[in-house]
Design a protein around this ligand. Structure first.
Ligand code: NAD
Length: 282
């Protein structure tokens, strides 16, 4: 029987710690951490995420400002808003909700954000800092995974870590974070041959492919820690992970459920990054 990793509980603890540190920052330096969230267009999932971020900010005593822009917003106008937010001393974190409408160049917009305020950790500066082992803001979902491993005292050093998925927001940054913590890291993707052979080597197996229940029991080594990042919604709206839980759970030593595993950690780490940005501000 695996230990169930309770992401909701860990997320609550992280958010409480952030709240305490924010109170201290206010008391000692009169700084209230401020997060600006920019949403372009009416994507319903993005609207839910943005509302969730605002609520999370309110709960920990941050200032939060939402910018809900019409989908026809020009690149020039968006860049001008980012410039204003870069200069706004009450704002310490800027988050542009992805995906952006197609007519906007996501890369140049992310690059316009002051890296010190890039609390999503997607700016090339922050990606480069992570790459060189001197990280500044680290992207929230992989950072949340490291936090879960640490809070459950799952040691990383010297372990075989296998990640299924090589996206810029999960797989690649997580690989660097695990490497930083001295794991031996393998990244798998759609062209990996003998996927099961590779995943069976893993002491720490992270599934981040976005393919419902593709990780079956026979792909898991006895005693592995299994982290499921996948969020796959069925036609009825039910959520499924990338791991077939019923087969994986008897083999794993630790396992994250979906929902309630990695998911709740992302917002907690966003608050953590925003607090750090505010603490570093002059
Ligand atoms: P993505 O589509 O950008 O990347 C998926 C990766 O998985 C690709 O690198 C691809 O090569 C690999 N892949 C796909 N099918 C595969 C297969 N059959 N075998 C091996 N590799 C395969 O996805 P993403 O943005 O990284 O997200 C991955 C999953 O994690 C999604 O379900 C997403 O919803 C979820 N996610 C959750 C959170 C969260 O919990 N907060 C955050 C980000 C993403």
């Amino acid at each position: 029987m695996a230990v169930l990793i309770d992401g909701k509980e860990v997320s609550r603890k992280v958010r409480n710690e952030v709240k305490d540190r924010a109170l201290l920052l206010k008391r000692q330096r009169d700084i209230i951490p401020g997060l600006a969230v920019v949403l372009v267009g009416e994507d319903p999932a993005s609207q839910i995420y943005v509302r969730g971020k605002k609520r999370a900010c309110d709960e920990v005593g941050f200032l939060s400002r939402e910018f809900l822009l019409p989908s026809a917003t020009s690149e020039e106008d968006l860049l001008s808003l980012i410039k204003d937010l870069n200069e706004d001393r009450s704002i310490h974190g800027i988050l542009v909700q992805l995906p952006l409408p197609e007519h906007l160049n996501g890369e140049s917009i992310l690059e316009a954000i002051d890296p010190r305020k890039d609390v999503d950790g997607f700016h090339p500066y922050n990606v480069g800092k992570l790459f060189s082992g001197t990280s500044y803001h680290r992207s929230c979902t992989p950072l949340g995974i490291i936090e879960l491993l640490d809070r459950y005292r799952i040691s990383i050093e010297g372990k075989e870590a296998v990640i299924v998925g090589r996206s810029n927001i999960v797989g690649k940054p997580l690989a660097l974070m695990l490497l930083e913590r001295h794991a031996t890291v393998t990244i798998c993707h759609t062209r990996t041959r003998n996927l099961a052979e590779t995943t069976r080597r893993a002491d720490i197996l992270v599934a981040a492919a976005g393919r419902r229940e593709m990780i079956r029991g026979d792909m898991i080594k006895e005693g592995a820690a299994v982290i499921d990042v996948g969020i796959n919604r069925s036609e009825t709206g039910k959520l499924f992970g990338d791991v077939l839980f019923t087969e994986a759970e008897p083999k794993a030593s630790f396992i994250t459920p979906v929902p309630g595993g990695v998911g709740p950690m992302t917002i907690a780490m966003l608050l953590f990054n925003t607090l750090n940005a505010a603490s570093r501000s002059l």
